[in-house]
Design a binder for this molecule. Structure first.
Ligand SMILES: Cc1cc2nc3c(=O)[nH]c(=O)nc-3n(C[C@H](O)[C@H](O)[C@H](O)COP(=O)(O)OP(=O)(O)OC[C@H]3O[C@@H](n4cnc5c(N)ncnc54)[C@H](O)[C@@H]3O)c2cc1C
Length: 345
């Protein structure tokens, strides 16, 4: 029997697993895929106490975000972060969990959880027993659906890594244009060596994100800047419905995208997933030390205290941005995007 079974080896799962394993408890991570492959643009904000990833993981340091209105006028804002190679970043995090003592089974998708404490967790290739189960299995969380929760609202995303272009150094570029990315935006994130990740996220669109992205790359007013060699196409989704109301269900808890922790406006979810993993880990340690499963509730309280307000504000903005055509974006973007001071009023 394991003290903790973590479903999913993304940032939320790996950080939870590492934190608990460091305290000497038996931890098992069950990951659906054969290795870390998260589809992502990989921008991460530097935060205090952050474990900075190694040089091989960082593709570019970032000092500025340039946000474009539909008419291509723009607004610059100083930020401090980096663009990472996301599969390498996740591999690094999961390696740290393994070094701390966690076990991992790859290619092992969750199939079912039989209620009870300890819980019987069924995978495609067997059963495992765990005192506490952490659903860190992303936006379409199987854990959440087994508990009976509804699927979250999501933005659909597509991205290429484009080579032989000259992105603005150390700058994340964000384009708002409802013709290409209704309800979302297009991004260009530099990755060094004359290359950038160019992608978009959109909501409720008849055309696929890939069709829209291809049209943007070949037919937009900035096409000449991004007409390089398109490589590494990825597609993915992120939650935009805000924080789930409940995060703890007896001995099962949700962390990261499975709990709706990505920002409903920016789509950024890596920092929050790491933060959730740390808090989940610390709360689980206290729960195990005291042999009192009710203490898991402290995780939900703590997350709501930390993320409730910012994610709540973002969800309100999301309702407004959903209804924006280009004319409304041109007028109201400062109230709807995080780099403008009007957003925070
Ligand atoms: C195209 C795109 C670009 C993005 N860009 C950024 C960005 O620049 N910055 C940012 O902060 N955020 C970005 N995000 C969001 C970010 O990727 C997520 O918020 C973040 O990965 C959440 O981490 P997580 O650990 O909760 O989930 P995930 O990273 O999604 O990890 C979940 C893990 O669970 C596994 N899993 C799923 N189902 C099962 C199952 N049934 N059994 C076992 N394992 C399972 C998955 O394979 C995966 O490894 C982007 C998302 C997309 C789609």
């Amino acid at each position: 029997m394991y003290d903790v079974i973590v479903i999913g080896a993304g940032p939320a799962g790996s950080v939870t697993a590492r934190t608990v394993a460091l305290a000497g408890y038996d931890v098992l991570i069950m990951e659906k895929k054969e290795r870390c492959v998260s589809p992502c643009a990989g921008y991460i904000n530097k935060t205090i106490n952050m474990d900075i990833p190694g040089e091989s993981v960082i593709q570019s340091n970032i000092k500025k975000m340039r946000t474009y209105f539909p008419d291509l006028t723009y607004h610059d804002f100083a930020i401090n972060g980096f663009v990472v190679d996301r599969p390498l970043f996740d591999t690094d995090l999961v390696s740290k969990a393994i070094v701390a003592g966690a076990n991992i089974k790859w290619d092992s998708p969750l199939v079912d959880i039989c209620a009870g404490n300890p819980g019987n967790v069924k995978f495609r290739n067997g059963n495992m027993i765990g005192k506490i189960i952490v659903g860190a299995d992303g936006v379409f969380s199987k854990t959440a659906s087994i508990i009976g929760l509804e699927q979250q609202r999501f933005a659909a995303c597509s991205q290429y890594h484009i080579k032989d272009i000259e992105p603005i150094p150390q700058t994340c570029e964000i384009f708002f244009n409802a013709d290409y990315a209704p309800g979302g935006y297009i991004w260009i994130y530099p990755t060094g060596n004359n290359s950038a990740k160019v992608g978009l996220g959109l909501i409720n669109c008849k055309k696929s994100p890939r069709e829209n992205l291809d049209t943007f790359i070949t037919g937009s007013q900035i096409a000449h800047r991004i007409s390089g060699k398109r490589t590494e196409y990825i597609t993915g989704a992120l939650p935009i419905g805000g924080l789930r109301e409940k995060l703890v269900f007896d001995n099962v808890l949700l962390a990261g995208d499975s709990a709706g922790m990505a920002d409903p406006i920016t789509g950024a979810g890596i920092n929050n997933a790491i933060l959730a993993g740390e808090l989940a880990g610390k709360t689980i340690i206290k729960t195990l030390e005291n042999d009192d499963i009710a203490r898991l509730q402290e995780y939900e309280t703590g997350i709501k205290k930390l993320l409730g307000r910012p994610l709540g504000r973002s969800l309100e903005k999301r309702k407004k941005i959903d209804a924006c055509n280009n004319q409304l974006l041109q007028e109201h973007l400062p109230e709807l995007w995080v780099t403008f001071k009007q957003y925070w009023k």
